[in-house]
Design a binder for this molecule. Structure first.
Ligand code: CO
Length: 606
């Protein structure tokens, strides 16, 4: 049995200077590899030239635990199910040692300062018991038993026992063949595109109306977008060099013994790309769909293709703009169409959909869709949940938050960009403001990293504007794009909480850094079992200047989830995201040239 695992093999993206170089040379093809040796509990990084089939660099990274692999998820479950100690615990609590209906979800171990947290590659799985082989097992959490697994030896070290709870009494299913009495009053709604889609695809390069961009995908971040550009009346203008999800964390707010260590870093610990769905069968998009495969590797280095991991299609999005000249009585209305680029990942019980939208008016939007099954716990009969919501008899969903960190590497008409924080402020009452109605947008140029670390502010409708001071629009202002935050939250746990030390990116909603090739992940390269302090929180201590430079804008968004019975058995999708809006980037509404849609045969619009 080999002891080396390939955590990931991904494209080593060519350096920016090469990409921006006017010479047409194709850059050498290189891969970046993270390896882990189970025999020596050590992590290695390598850079490989695929052009010359040679190792360009090889580095031992001491004291870190890289992302857990899908193979480890599977093997960890098998190890627990085969463990004599686990079977004995099951027998003591439930009177049977039959593990055939038990599900074991790997769950990262975190780091709580113990020797084993520091010195072993660990998982602390959560276990569930199905009623029958296709039952929804998450409805029956095995509360009070948490195996601790050494992922190097793939052995159960011990089973932590925190008490005994009988399994919740009721089942609750969602599969089509297990939900009787499905509604029968839905008529078909079909979207057809008889002339095909309006996009063109060449490899991973996409053109759609005036937009062009490149699609990327890797084991850790999942879907990434590159070179987002807009053809503005014949002028090919750059907007974003690269856009990606860098990290996320789901901290639970329940101090109960089985629950207190739950805080999943779904990017750095699980690999959002590794957990991506094949949308071949499970894609529910309508219209003409173009799929892209994701090429990954197993932990033994075998090629692993996730067929149709990325879905791209066009959507009708209601009214783009409208005006009726009352005197002419001629309505001018345009329908909005957006291009959707999406992927969905299943991280054990939960689903995350990442949906990037490009619009005809220059808007770029990211919408994260949260669905799947809540992480549930078991209560005693008649017990209420102080730190969660009772959703079925003896079954509760602990309160938790989901924090996402997104990295936006802007290249607005060139690399040298500046970020302004924009706050709306009411003028002082006085002779210049006699009607007490005046307010203005105050832009503050962010000059350094520590100045740029800030929170949202509803009182000033705070937004941000990324500008290129050297490129002026028709009215003489710097060209810019506005960052509009969506829903957000503040972390509820104390800043001393163990998970927060590893998730410094939640300390502020916005961070701005000067571009550095190696600064890619908000919680650092190796958050799994780390002691923390890495990533944005460490880099920005240098307080580097960020004005008129190649800026990277980082946004942290939090969704606070106080669960409802309606989130069970599967949670209706919740949404969180942000929008980038051109603000003086164009000279006027760039969608003014969108033609009217053909009239419908049977008009029923009012
Ligand atoms: Co949630």
């Amino acid at each position: 049995m080999p002891t080396t695992r390939f955590v990931s093999i991904i494209l080593k993206e060519p350096c920016k200077d090469t990409v921006h170089s006017p010479s047409p040379n194709v850059p050498p093809r290189e891969a970046y590899v993270v390896l882990f040796d189970n025999a020596t509990n050590s992590c290695f990084e390598a850079e490989i030239s695929l052009t010359s089939s040679s190792i360009l660099s090889w580095k031992h990274v001491p004291g870190v635990q890289p992302t857990m692999t899908i193979d480890e998820q599977v093997e960890c479950e098998q190890a627990v199910l085969a463990s004599a100690e686990f079977k004995a615990a099951l027998k003591r609590h439930y009177g049977t040692d039959d593990t055939s209906l038990v599900m074991v979800d790997i769950w990262s171990a975190g780091n709580y300062g113990s020797d084993e947290d520091r010195t072993r590659r660990l998982a602390r799985p959560l276990c569930f018991s199905r009623r029958d082989p296709t039952d929804n097992g998450y409805a029956r959490p095995i509360e009070g038993l948490r195996p601790v697994v050494d992922l190097n030896t793939m052995q159960v070290i011990r089973v932590d026992e925190h008490g005994h709870w009988p399994l919740p009494p009721l089942e609750c299913n969602y599969a089509a063949d297990r939900v009787p009495n499905q509604r029968r009053d839905i008529k078909p709604l079909e979207i057809t595109q008889t002339a095909g889609p309006s996009f063109e695809v060449h490899g991973h390069e996409v053109r759609w109306q005036n937009w062009s961009f490149v699609i990327g995908f890797n084991a850790r971040e999942g879907l990434t977008l590159h070179h987002i550009r807009y053809n503005d009346a014949g002028c090919d203008r750059s907007i974003l060099y690269r856009a990606s999800l860098t990290e996320m964390v789901v901290p639970y707010g329940d101090p109960a013994e089985t629950q207190r260590r739950k805080n999943a870093f779904d990017v750095g610990e699980y690999g959002m790309g590794m957990c991506a769905n094949s949308l071949e069968l499970g894609c529910d998009c309508l219209g003409h769909i173009h799929y892209f495969d994701a090429d990954l590797v197993t932990s033994r280095g075998e090629p692993l293709t996730i067929k149709n991991a990325i879905c791209m299609h066009e959507e009708d999005y209601g009214i783009l703009w409208k005006h009726t000249d009352r005197r002419l009585n001629v309505p001018e209305v345009r329908r909005s169409r957006r291009l959707v680029i999406s992927s969905v990942s299943t991280v054990e019980n939960y689903e995350y959909g990442f949906f990037w939208y490009l619009y005809q008016d220059g808007n770029i939007q990211l919408e994260v869709k949260l669905t799947g099954i809540l992480s549930l716990g078991t209560l005693h009969p008649n017990e209420r949940a102080k730190y969660g919501t009772l959703i079925a008899p003896q079954l509760y969903a602990p309160n938790h938050q989901h924090f996402f960190n997104v990295r936006l590497d802007f290249d607005l008409d060139g690399s040298a960009n500046t970020v302004q924080q924009v706050d709306l402020v009411a003028d002082e009452i006085g002779p210049d403001n006699p009607f007490e109605n005046a307010f203005q947008a105050k832009g503050t140029i962010l000059k350094s990293e520590t100045q740029a670390r800030v929170q949202l502010n509803a009182a000033t409708s705070r937004t941000w504007k990324i500008i290129n001071p050297d490129v002026r629009n028709a009215v003489g202002d710097p060209v810019g794009y506005k960052f509009l935050p969506g829903d957000n939250a503040f972390p509820m746990a104390s800043s001393n909480a163990w998970w927060r030390k590893r998730a410094g990116f939640v300390n502020y909603h916005v961070w701005v850094t000067p571009f550095h090739e190696e600064e890619r992940f908000g919680a650092g390269d190796y958050p799994n079992q780390s002691i923390g302090g890495d990533g944005l929180i460490r880099w920005t201590q240098a307080d580097r200047p960020i004005q008129s430079t190649d800026v990277v804008f980082w946004y942290t968004m939090g969704h606070t989830h106080v669960p409802r019975p309606e989130d069970y058995p599967v949670m209706p999708t919740a949404y969180i995201g942000f929008t980038l809006k051109p603000a003086g980037f164009f000279n006027m509404n760039p969608a003014n040239d969108v033609p009217p849609s053909p009239k419908q045969q049977h008009s029923c619009c009012h």
